[in-house]
Design a protein around this ligand. Structure first.
Ligand code: UFG
Length: 338
């Protein structure tokens, strides 16, 4: 079965391509290389021993999207990662985000709607919950007004898919609401490749430990949490990647069941920034240079998943611990720099 992975050379996309290939799926990757490097294709190939078909394509170019699907009529499933994901940038340039994240989604769905049968997995985010009122967050928690255009594109994206599924008997879709993906493949041939100064905690930590950044700024030590720092649910990217394959198989194998559904993909465990730093110091056996600074605008206090729905309906569960995920991120950082 042939699956298109858009953004398949990105951090999460590349790990999903590996899992798909290892499960016997034929994979075609589209990526515009705006936030990754073509060398990721070699990394994937070195792991799976099978080079996925790759096409450099910008999904905002509708004519090219139509032509791609005409040339690849046997694609029956799409896992859609290609999107912009920097919260701060989205506040500064909202139209870029609406164009990149929503126009492209519409173009792909238009092509899938033409098919007799198609499966679609959407890369969504726990950002749709905003600051949820109760922890852990279940899928019943209300979607709250987005705090950034980026977050809004994930909310609107889910709504677009749901609306399309309602009217299309041939399209089945699942949105996966990721918590905080970290870590790298255990071959250390693929991992996270942030361009410029990392925005996310774990790549910032590993780059600081590597001496590339002078110190980590911990954004906020006065949150109403046990140690005063914000809490997130950090999930190993390989666990997250496997969730996509499980969700895809669910759509393929279950003739019955809802045509649109959404799941939290996290570990179910919340960790504070200081807990992450401590765990990192333990696995890397070195002290991390960090300073407490002001809160970062737009950050929620805490967000961790109730994973019961994914456990029960998808039969998926995360396996890796925070320490294991941090250790893999650290090994990847070291390997990348040497
Ligand atoms: N943090 C720091 N210092 C840093 C970077 C982050 O203290 O240099 C803190 C943040 O304030 C936050 C935690 O580490 O408390 C995690 O921050 P990340 O930036 O790694 O992740 P976020 O939870 O802010 O963002 C992630 C995704 C977004 C998504 C969001 C949904 O990166 O795309 O989850 O909640 F929108």
């Amino acid at each position: 079965m042939k699956i298109l992975v858009t953004g398949g050379l990105g951090f999460i996309g590349s790990h999903v391509v590996v899992e798909l290939q290892q499960e016997g799926f034929e994979v075609v990757i589209i990526d515009n290389l705006s936030n990754t490097d073509i060398s990721v294709l070699d990394g994937i190939t070195a792991i799976t021993d099978k080079k996925p078909v790759f096409e450099k394509l910008d999904l905002r170019d509708k004519v090219s999207v139509v032509s791609f699907f005409e040339r690849n009529a046997d694609i029956t499933g799409v896992i859609h990662f290609a999107a912009s994901k920097a919260v701060g940038e989205s506040v500064k340039n909202p139209l870029l985000y609406y164009e990149n994240n929503l126009n492209t989604l519409v173009y792909i769905l238009q092509e899938l709607q033409k098919k007799d049968s198609a499966k679609f997995i959407f890369s969504s985010s726990c950002t749709v919950y905003g600051q949820a009122h109760t922890m852990p967050i279940t899928e019943n928690a209300p979607v709250q007004k987005a705090m950034s255009p980026y977050g809004n594109t994930k909310q609107i994206g889910e709504e677009i898919i749901q609306d399309v599924c309602r009217t299309s008997s041939s399209l089945k879709a699942i949105a996966l609401r990721y918590f905080n993906p970290i870590g790298a493949h255990d071959s250390f041939k693929i991992g996270e490749l942030p361009l410029g100064v990392p925005q996310n905690l774990v790549p910032y930590i590993t780059q600081t430990a590597m001496g590339i950044r002078e110190h980590l700024s911990v954004f906020g030590g006065d949150y109403p949490t046990l140690d005063g720092t914000a809490i997130r649910d950090y999930i190993h990217v390989v666990d997250l990647a496997k969730a996509h394959v499980t969700a895809l198989k669910k759509l393929i194998n279950e003739a019955q069941g809802p045509i649109y559904d959404y799941f939290n993909i996290g570990t179910g465990k919340g960790s504070s920034v200081l807990e992450v730093i401590n765990a990192f110091e333990k696995v890397s056996r070195q002290k991390l240079n960090y300073k407490m600074v002001e809160r970062r605008a737009g950050d929620v206090v805490e967000a961790y998943a109730d994973t019961a729905k994914a456990n029960e309906f998808l039969g998926w569960k995360s396996i890796f611990t925070l320490e294991e995920a941090l250790e893999s991120a650290w090994k990847w950082e070291q390997k990348m720099r040497n």
